[in-house]
Design a protein around this ligand. Structure first.
Ligand SMILES: *Cc1c(COP(=O)(O)O)cnc(C)c1O
Length: 406
């Protein structure tokens, strides 16, 4: 019965061109990676434009060395949750360093490390979004924020993408004593930035708190890669920041930075913090090395190169949008390493992606439910380890694919 039921649902997914397939990477995360399709014995080297390893640190020798040193010092597993015995010196040092990192944006910030960004978001929204609270959630928020809001006892209201005026009205009408405005800083499937200064001004005006998920800005945007809040020069006690450490930071995990009372409450009450085994201490140790790299001259050189690649890509994509599909395609504005070429139908996005893959490039077709229906897209991400030649090869391949498909 269950198997029939699930087979029917799988067929419905396939009928909408929404089946997702796993691929197996046989080499390290890098622009050129050996990848094998599911069920195939043969791996091929593909030029990848899909990882979130924006600074190209995931396979950096300094981080690999730091993991080894962490393993020598702490072994592999943490053995328990943080509150039992899993909280190591490496975790404590990392939290202290992250608190310093965020202190220019959040006065007296304390930071708390989580195994993943998904769990950090569940923790913040489920713990702070109690029955006294109202959550105001941007419609394009990441799934982990949406799921966190579902777990919360709070009343949840969605506001339209970038619609500060609508949010102002919702906040003015709200009678709950605690208000949380929740947004991605960089929208993960679009690459555009939330209007954080305007959102913070609303939080201040309406006695609300601004929860910012900086998964794609941390390490990339702002002076020294300090993130989206620093990019806008924001500073406030009302900020609750989440940063993820498996993207630009190249390792794994996430953190929440906020006023000390907020973080202490998460330690006491956030179930995704309390009821899970602490991440391996060696990863926390490697993250200390990653933060150092991000803030160093090498980190800055990588960010400068990344911006140069971004400008080259966007100029080329602008030409492609103008030339193909009679103007029906759309390039979403972006100052980040995430670039979305919206083509509309799932089948068009899939055919473009398949064409690119045959040409040796991996650019994923992003489809509903990850994005709204009718906005299927190619999502192109750039890394500091790409070259200008890689970007040119991508542009030529998209142009050729578009000639066939559009
Ligand atoms: C990737 C991502 C997360 C989840 O972080 P993980 O560490 O991968 O679990 C959360 N929010 C946004 C916006 C993301 O893009």
């Amino acid at each position: 019965m269950l198997i029939d039921h699930l087979n029917a649902k799988l067929q419905a997914i396939a009928a909408k061109d929404l089946t997702r397939v796993l691929r197996v990477a046989e080499s390290a995360t890098a622009p050129r990676q050996r990848v094998r399709a599911a069920g195939s014995a043969q791996a091929r080297e593909l030029l990848m434009f899909c990882s979130n390893d924006y600074l190209g640190l995931a396979a950096h020798p300094a981080l690999a060395a730091a993991v080894h040193e962490g393993v020598r010092r702490y072994g592999v597993g943490s053995g328990a949750s943080h509150l039992i015995s899993g909280h190591s010196q490496a975790h404590a040092e990392l939290e202290a360093r992250l608190a310093e990192w965020m202190a220019p944006q959040i006065p007296q910030a304390r930071a708390l490390f989580f195994c993943t960004g998904y769990m950090a978001n569940l923790a913040v929204l489920s713990a702070l979004g109690d029955a006294e609270a109202a959550i105001f959630s941007e419609e394009l928020n990441h799934a982990s924020l949406i799921d966190g809001a579902r777990l919360a006892k709070a009343e949840v209201q969605r506001f339209r993408h970038g619609d500060v005026a609508q949010l102002d009205g919702l906040l003015a009408a709200c009678r709950r004593p605690i208000r949380l405005i929740v947004t991605d800083a960089v929208f993960s499937m679009d690459g555009d930035l939330a209007p954080l200064p305007a959102l913070l001004a609303l939080a201040e005006r309406h006695d609300a708190w601004l929860v910012v998920d900086d998964a794609h800005g941390f390490g990339v945007l702002g002076p020294c890669g300090r993130g989206s809040l620093a990019h806008f020069g924001l500073r406030s006690e009302r900020l609750i920041a989440i940063g993820t450490l498996g993207k630009a930071a190249g390792v794994a995990g996430a953190f929440v930075a906020a006023a000390p009372t907020i973080v202490e409450y998460l330690v006491q009450a956030a179930r995704p913090y309390i009821f899970t085994t602490a991440a391996p201490p060696a990863l926390a140790h490697a993250l200390l090395a990653s933060l150092e790299l991000i803030g160093s001259d090498e980190g800055e050189r990588r960010r400068i190169h990344l911006r140069r690649l971004q400008d080259r890509l966007r100029a080329g994509l602008g030409d492609i949008v103008a030339r193909h599909a009679r103007g029906a395609w759309r390039l979403i504005a972006s100052d980040t390493p995430v670039h979305a070429l919206v083509v509309g139908g799932n089948d068009v996005a899939l055919r473009l992606a398949a064409h690119l893959e045959r040409a040796g490039l991996r650019v994923p077709a992003i489809r509903p439910p990850t994005v709204p229906p009718g906005t299927a897209r190619l999502r192109i991400t750039l890394c500091a380890t790409h070259t200008e030649g890689d970007v040119d090869r991508l542009l030529e391949a998209i142009d050729a694919a578009a000639r066939e498909v559009a």
